[in-house]
Ligand binder design. Sequence first.
Ligand SMILES: CC(=O)N[C@H](C=O)[C@@H](O)[C@H](O)[C@H](O)COP(=O)(O)O
Length: 147
Amino acid sequence: MVFHFANDFFQAGAHIVALDGTRRQRPDQKSLAETISAVHERSSALVMADCGSLDDALAAAEAGADLIGTTLAGYTGERNKTEGPDLELIEQIAAANLGLPLIAEGRIHTPAQARAAMDAGAFAVVVETAITHPASITGWFDAALRG
Ligand SMILES: CC(=O)N[C@H](C=O)[C@@H](O)[C@H](O)[C@H](O)COP(=O)(O)O
């Protein structure tokens, strides 16, 4: 099932597909390694493993991921949900020298946070809400101005 979603994105033109790269049980009961293999066998897409911890990242690298993302840091119960990006986790994964590009993703809402993520060892950053979601951005200004 997860493979089919990934394949849809590949067919639509994506060069990289990101999927749940945690150690949690998957909806289709397939292992991460099986899912990554299926994508690799049937497409030329690279697989980014969305991880929530260092242990996830280590397991995802072992499972054959092409890129590691910190996307799920703070959402799986293994890490606190930090105010901005989880810089400590970025540093931990970078220090593990997995030989894979490390993509910092999640709660990067300012240029300074993007810079900090790169300085912590990321290869690149993903910024979503801060450039795509005006209602959230408006809410940040509203909260700040209300004190
Ligand atoms: C936890 C989860 O499923 N995050 C999703 C990832 O696919 C998206 O909702 C996030 O917007 C994305 O990770 C980027 O983060 P931010 O929107 O904070 O820049």
